[in-house]
Design a protein around this ligand. Structure first.
Ligand code: PEP
Ligand code: MN
Length: 337
């Protein structure tokens, strides 16, 4: 941490700031210029609140040098984390595709779409059984029956499955069925849920919150890692900005930024990011080029009848074409799909 004192800070104030820093357990390096005094404080703990120093008399600015997340950081673990589930590896050279409907709607629907997912060569079936809907009057998901249908469809076609967990008491139930827990954007800072998932056996994918900074998102991952679950991946799904022509703004640059700062795999979700079918493929292609380790894409064969997110679902034929395009882009960056 670097502490910059005000130009007119008195010797008394500087002494007092140093005393406070020492009391907090820091080692101090003092640099006195003609006008400015700068203090380097060594040994800042991840959870330290820098505002405790900012409010001291005579202090102008305080900057953290180290990140507040530890287990999630690239400094802690240099090599990429590769999450292995059966024969699927997320975070390695192969880019993994997760596809399926927004919601599980019926046995017939999930089996038809699982078939499309398998035929495209994708490895993971997505679908929600517990849906975080903005309106309490919208379809809320099929619950356990949906989980059962999805597990059967995934097994029938040799796929893994990922589904959303919304609250702590759903963890044991969902864990019986799923391979990967999805934490939705609206729950990214549900710290009690994250803490509990730290004890889970299954991998967790955390979607970036609607208004979350990359640091907030990495801190959410830190909660799960700190609980002892090392199989965590992050999913960029767009953030709220002032733009209204897209559902959200897809922060593609978050992909290389997270890769630089963290060893965890990064998933991209161009479906929720854009919200409209015709924008999904361009952003999916861009996400592959930007270095995503996996993609999550919504598909539906009768999108006009879908109970949620129909307008952003790709038709099976569109998805098949997109997979071929993404394969070519992956090859150009020496990866495979
Ligand atoms: C979803 O994946 O269906 C979903 C609700 O996503 P998000 O949490 O990103 O809105
Ligand atoms: Mn959806």
């Amino acid at each position: 941490m670097v502490v910059i004192l005000k130009n007119n800070a008195t010797d008394e104030q500087i002494k007092d700031v140093i005393k406070h820093l020492e009391d907090y357990g820091f080692q101090i390096h003092e640099s006195r210029g003609v006008q400015k005094t700068i203090l380097g404080a060594i040994g800042v703990k991840p959870g330290f609140d820098v505002r405790k120093v900012k409010i001291l008399d005579g202090v102008s600015d305080v900057y953290r040098v180290t990140a507040p997340y530890k287990l999630a950081s690239r400094n802690f673990k240099e090599d990429n984390t590769i999450i292995k589930i059966n024969d699927v590896e997320i975070g390695g050279d192969e880019i993994i595709l997760m596809a399926g409907p927004c919601s599980i709607e019926s046995e017939d629907q999930i089996f038809r779409l699982a078939k499309v997912v398998a035929e495209s060569g994708s490895k993971i079936l997505r679908g929600g059984a517990f849906k975080p809907r903005t309106s309490p009057y919208s379809f809320q998901g099929m619950g356990e029956e949906g989980l059962r249908l999805m597990r059967n469809a995934a097994d029938e076609y040799g796929l893994l499955m990922i589904t959303e967990v919304m609250q702590i008491d759903q963890i044991p139930l969902i864990e019986k069925y799923t391979d990967i827990f999805q934490v939705g954007a609206r729950n990214m800072q549900n710290f009690s849920l994250l803490r509990e998932l730290g004890n889970a056996e299954k991998a967790v994918m955390i979607k970036r919150g609607l208004a979350a900074k990359i640091e907030d998102w990495l801190m959410a991952a830190e909660y799960i890692l700190a609980g002892g679950n090392a199989n965590v991946m992050l999913c960029e799904r767009g953030i709220r900005t002032f733009e209204t022509y897209t559902r959200n703004t897809f922060d593609l640059s978050a992909i290389p930024v997270v890769h630089q700062r963290s060893h965890l795999p990064v998933v991209a979700d161009p479906s929720h990011a854009t919200g409209l079918r015709d924008q999904v493929a361009p952003m999916a292609r861009a996400a592959v080029a930007a270095g995503a380790d996996a993609l999550m894409i919504e598909i539906h064969d009768k999108p006009e009848e879908a109970l949620s997110d129909g307008p952003q679902a790709l038709l099976p034929k569109e998805y098949m074409e997109l997979v071929q395009e993404m394969q070519m882009i992956a090859k150009a960056i020496k990866r495979t799909i």
